[in-house]
Design a protein around this ligand. Structure first.
Ligand SMILES: C[C@@](CO)(OP(=O)(O)O)[C@H](O)COP(=O)(O)OP(=O)(O)OC[C@H]1O[C@@H](n2ccc(N)nc2=O)[C@H](O)[C@@H]1O
Ligand SMILES: Nc1ncnc2c1ncn2[C@@H]1O[C@H](COP(=O)(O)OP(=O)(O)O)[C@@H](O)[C@H]1O
Length: 285
């Protein structure tokens, strides 16, 4: 049996513009993804039989729907020869449905980890294509470089935003991506911008178009943003509920984190342009 323990980092949408809606109802986006040096950890252990199993179910997510199981099954189906079974353990730190991409990241880590353990030799392009069938955010985690995202987020161009520090807050509400994209009042006509070689994060030309709707529906998010905005640029990631404030140094971020009102949950982490998953896989080679 062989075993592999790998990081499954979070992402932030440093901005998120909605340009329009496609005939199939999906929204055309422009976004900037950056990874955080913070996330879940996944351990993959091969088995003597051919089963693909989750060691510990995630409450509220049936194993059949868990993105790691779905990713492993899809990958196994691409193999020319039978592959070993695998037990998958997820050490979950990322809040679910928080706009941090935890589920998509778990899927990508499983795809890359099993590609290595099973010796399949698929390229990142091939794995990103499999990933896209699991979710729009999976390809950026597979490619492992911060990126401008267009289309539904699958057209990716490498980006190098500053590796600033973030205070990430999880307001005490769960927000469904589908609910926000169904809202009447959502801004859906932001003009497309030319992707820029440099990103000045707090420039007024960059927003999260979901923010107004989410602030209106979820006062906890509004209050969190008002508090964070006192200290620097603050935004929603994805369709929420998590919000983040950006700081140039770790100590600046930690001072604000220590001053938070009681009851606020979240964490401090650095933005990184190479995914911690890819750093770890490079060390293994
Ligand atoms: C908008 C982002 C930005 O990162 O939000 P977060 O999920 O991270 O918050 C993602 O692209 C989200 O992608 P993903 O998480 O794969 O979305 P899904 O679960 O497939 O989408 C749930 C529902 O949201 C709507 N949806 C999703 C993505 C999109 N570009 N347009 C949409 O209209 C669709 O109705 C879809 O059925
Ligand atoms: N391994 C997983 N981790 C987290 N969520 C998962 C996983 N597998 C399936 N899901 C489902 O995906 C949904 C979105 O989760 P997640 O990717 O963490 O949030 P978001 O897309 O808002 O960043 C969850 O609410 C959950 O139902």
């Amino acid at each position: 049996m062989s075993s592999l323990t790998l990081p499954s980092p979070a992402k932030l949408n440093l901005f998120l513009h909605i340009l329009g809606r496609r005939p199939d109802g999906y929204h055309e986006l422009q976004t900037l993804f950056q990874f955080l040096d913070y996330g879940d950890t996944i351990t993959l252990t091969t088995r003597p039989d051919d089963q693909i199993l989750l060691e510990q179910p995630i409450p509220g997510v049936p194993d059949e729907e868990n993105l790691v199981i779905r990713a492993a099954r899809k990958l196994a189906a691409t193999a020319n020869n039978p592959v070993a079974g695998v037990s998958i353990a997820i050490d979950k730190r990322l809040p679910m449905g928080g706009g941090l991409g935890g589920g998509s990241s778990n899927a990508a880590t499983t795809l890359l980890g099993l590609n290595y353990l099973w010796g399949l030799g698929h390229s990142l392009d091939e794995l990103a294509e499999i990933g896209l069938t699991l979710g729009a955010d999976v390809p950026v985690f597979v490619r492992g470089h911060s990126a401008w995202g267009e289309g539904v987020g699958e057209k990716l161009t490498d980006a190098n935003p500053p590796e600033d520090w973030f205070v990430v807050i999880k307001p005490s509400c769960d927000i469904s991506t589908k609910e926000i994209f169904s809202e009447q009042g959502l801004t859906r006509d932001t003009p497309g911008i030319k992707i820029a070689p440099a990103f000045e994060g707090d420039a007024s030309r960059y927003r999260n178009d979901c923010e107004d709707v989410v602030r209106r529906l979820y006062p906890e998010v509004h209050q969190g943003l008002e508090w964070l905005a006192q200290f620097g640029p603050a935004r929603l990631t994805g369709t929420g509920a998590c919000i983040f404030g950006r700081f140039p140094t770790e100590s600046a971020a930690r001072i604000i984190w220590e001053s938070k009102p009681s009851g606020i949950t979240g964490f401090v982490a650095q933005g990184v342009n190479i995914s911690p998953l890819h750093k770890k896989l490079t060390e293994l080679k």
